[in-house]
Design a protein around this ligand. Sequence first.
Ligand code: 4AD
Ligand code: MG
Length: 430
Amino acid sequence: MDQVYIEDISKYVGQEVTVKGWLYNKRSSGKIRFLLIRDGTSFIQAVLSESDVPNKIFQLYDKLTQESSLIVKGVVRKEERSPGGYELSLKDIKIVQIAEEYPITPKPHGITFLMDHRHLWFRSSRQHSILRVRSEVIKACRNYLDERGYVLIDSPILTPAACEGTTTLFETDYFGEKVFLTQSGQLYLEPAAMALGKVYCFGPTFRAEKSKTRRHLLEFWMVEPEVAYAELDDIMELAEDFVSEIVQQVLRTKSKELQSLGRDLRALEKIKPPFPRISYDEAMEILKNKGIDFSWGGDFGAPEEDTISQCFELPVMIHRYPIQVKAFYMEPDPQRPEVALCVDMIAPEGYGEIIGGGQRTASHDYLLKRIKEENLPQEAFRWYLDIRKYGSVPHSGFGMGIERVVAWLCGLEHLREAIPYPRMLYRIYP
Ligand code: 4AD
Ligand code: MG
């Protein structure tokens, strides 16, 4: 295939190349016709002039509709005024298909319309940037953990019990048995950490969130490291280093995409350890000073998180929440058993919680007591309790939601654009 990708076009100045792609937009000016062509890697302006091509090629301009597929041949020229800095002087055009009237035109469209056409909306430059950043965030997460000796352990999707509370379970039928789509791989990672020391899982997770918010998806992707012998402070250190490295890698490789999204890069350049760490009680003080009425024992929602995050330029780690607002597996603080050795990381600029995690209880009897208190099916957790019988040790981990991080880095209002095919309340198509 003699095809050249537009992202590599600078290597071919002065040469005739073939580009295979789609028509993004077109315009004419006097005797010259401009085709804006995209091939997935980038965009290039192709110039069609009557004097350079046979008339029957020149006439094709009129036939070409938005998103028609085409293969063009042309000579690459450096052209400062052209978007991207290069231009193609066209010699030939082969139409692969004339597209029917394309529903997404360059004029603005409403969000419902765009979501209904998500499968086509991908073709716009804004979505290219977001999807590339997402791909890089995932690569950065995996690089970070792989390079540090974490073993990837794939956790199951079909599970017999809840990890993060029974109110957000998606139920499905397992040949007559009621099972659920996983809410988190954590319970399956803890045994793996006892076997392999440092492990992680990465995959889709599911929450039947019955409320419509801009920060909740029903299906989202989570990366979850889990470390044997790690305590709360160790995992907070890991979390801040992990997040910083991801942000810096994305800045190194995807600053062009972030800029095209209008993101303020300076805010992201500051994301380096150490991150501020405050206790739940200190966070309550902040809320009180800001005139927000909040009583001890409740969980922070979006308004509280946003108020707290406004006080910091870096992600803030809030630790030691009341036991009752956190999951059953949390280790209580030995100094203050009414709080859990847990941590949530809240992104700056109002992007909400990006990480949740902490230290898991190492005690068999305490875990069993918590399972009973939460009315969880004891039988389904028998294997999980085993981990506390055979060489139980302190261990900790966290989960980071990929879409929340992508939304933060790209500066997106809503998580729906941070995942290729969002699953939301009342939305299963496309
Ligand atoms: O705080 P969560 O519920 O923690 C857990 O699931 C732990 N078991 C993880 C662990 O310790 N291994 O979820 C972790 C993160 C949140 O901080 C958030 O980034 C993301 O997952 N998240 C969601 N993202 C999008 N839509 C939702 N409905 C989300 N729920 C959680
Ligand atoms: Mg959480």
